[in-house]
Design a protein around this ligand. Structure first.
Ligand code: 3HC
Length: 287
């Protein structure tokens, strides 16, 4: 059986990358994050620190536990800095070309034969990323949910090429090291959760776009009528409207079904940089 994972690399430190770094560091794992430059490092470090500070202020974490977690996270600006990692999780923008580029480069710089290469993609079939490398058997999907420290699920995705060793490594990592719960999904665009979630969010956007109802009213209806923690427009804002649009596009490419086509309102908002919570506004405003 492969050794337990004690050294993780993460590529990208946006909302998801920093959340993954946080849960790994809190689990006692040595985390190295590869970012594109010092600005990204600054923003990623701030995101991570703010989230841990919030846990301290809520009384869920002591100051020394926060400091210990932060001390386990280091940053590099070259992928070569991940050479000694046992598992590398790619978490860059939801763009197939960008991800293919990262997997090609990781394949070049990671020499250890047993290193596992994972993607946190929300929608791109894993087999495509696997075949950007010379070791498709070691490539797997490990899909976290936002906010990563709060949501218990990790969706694991084996491609047709993923071998049993790799499956075992990531399942033990997610369950035993991170304390998450897992489901295994088939390797098709959107996997399991987004296969249901994205058409629901797109329908909500179409209802607002057509003037049928307002974002406030629809969110309130789903929160109070179905006991959802947040309604669909607030949730789309949390995920990021650019991310919702990218996932929808990937699913539309795969299935060619109108239900996956991103509505014009969503595309215009993305083009207008109204990306949701991270930009200060989307379907709702955020201070
Ligand atoms: N990081 C860490 N902890 C956070 C957090 C964050 N970003 N956001 C909230 N929390 C914690 C709070 O500190 C609080 O903890 P406490 O109970 O110990 O004090 C707890 O979560 C509840 O938070 P709040 O009281 O501030 O707010 P809410 O009760 O409204 O919960 C929420 C916020 C957890 C975001 C909740 O509304 C929720 O679960 N929403 C649904 C989120 C969801 O569906 N995510 C999945 C998106 S799909 C996805 O990610 C896949 C991708 O591919 C698109």
């Amino acid at each position: 059986m492969a050794a337990p994972i004690d050294r993780v690399g993460i590529v990208g430190c946006g909302t998801m990358g920093s959340g993954i770094a946080e849960v790994c560091a809190m689990a006692g794992i040595d985390v190295r994050v590869a970012v594109s430059g010092r600005d990204s490092e600054y923003r990623g470090r701030n995101r991570l620190t703010a989230s841990l500070d919030r846990a301290v202020s809520k009384g869920r974490l002591t100051e020394s536990a926060r400091d210990n977690a932060l001390s386990r996270v280091s940053f590099v600006t070259e992928l070569e800095g991940l050479a000694d990692r046992q598992l590398v999780i790619e978490s860059v923008v939801e763009d197939e070309q960008a991800k293919l580029h990262v997997f090609k480069d990781l394949d070049r710089v990671l020499d250890a034969p047993d290193v596992v290469l994972a993607s946190n993609t929300s929608s791109i079939p894993i087999i495509r990323l696997a075949h950007a490398t010379s070791r498709p058997e070691s490539v797997v999907g490990i899909h976290f949910f936002n906010p990563v420290p709060v949501l218990p699920l990790v969706e694991l995705v084996a491609s047709l090429a993923t071998d049993d060793t790799t499956r075992g490594v990531v399942e033990r990592f997610a369950v035993d090291r991170l304390g998450k719960q897992v489901v295994w999904s088939p390797d098709r665009a959107g996997f399991m959760v987004n296969a249901l979630l994205i058409p629901y969010l797109l329908n909500a956007i179409r209802m607002v776009e057509s003037g049928f109802t307002s974002a406030e009213s629809l969110d309130r209806a789903m929160e109070l009528g179905c006991n959802h923690p947040m309604g669909p427009l607030r949730l789309a804002d949390l995920i990021g409207l650019d991310v919702v649009a990218s996932i929808a596009e990937a699913m539309y490419q795969e299935f060619k079904e109108p239900l996956h086509a991103p509505p014009p309102l969503l595309l215009r908002m993305v083009e207008g940089k109204a990306l949701g919570r991270k930009s200060g506004g989307g379907f709702h405003h955020y201070a």
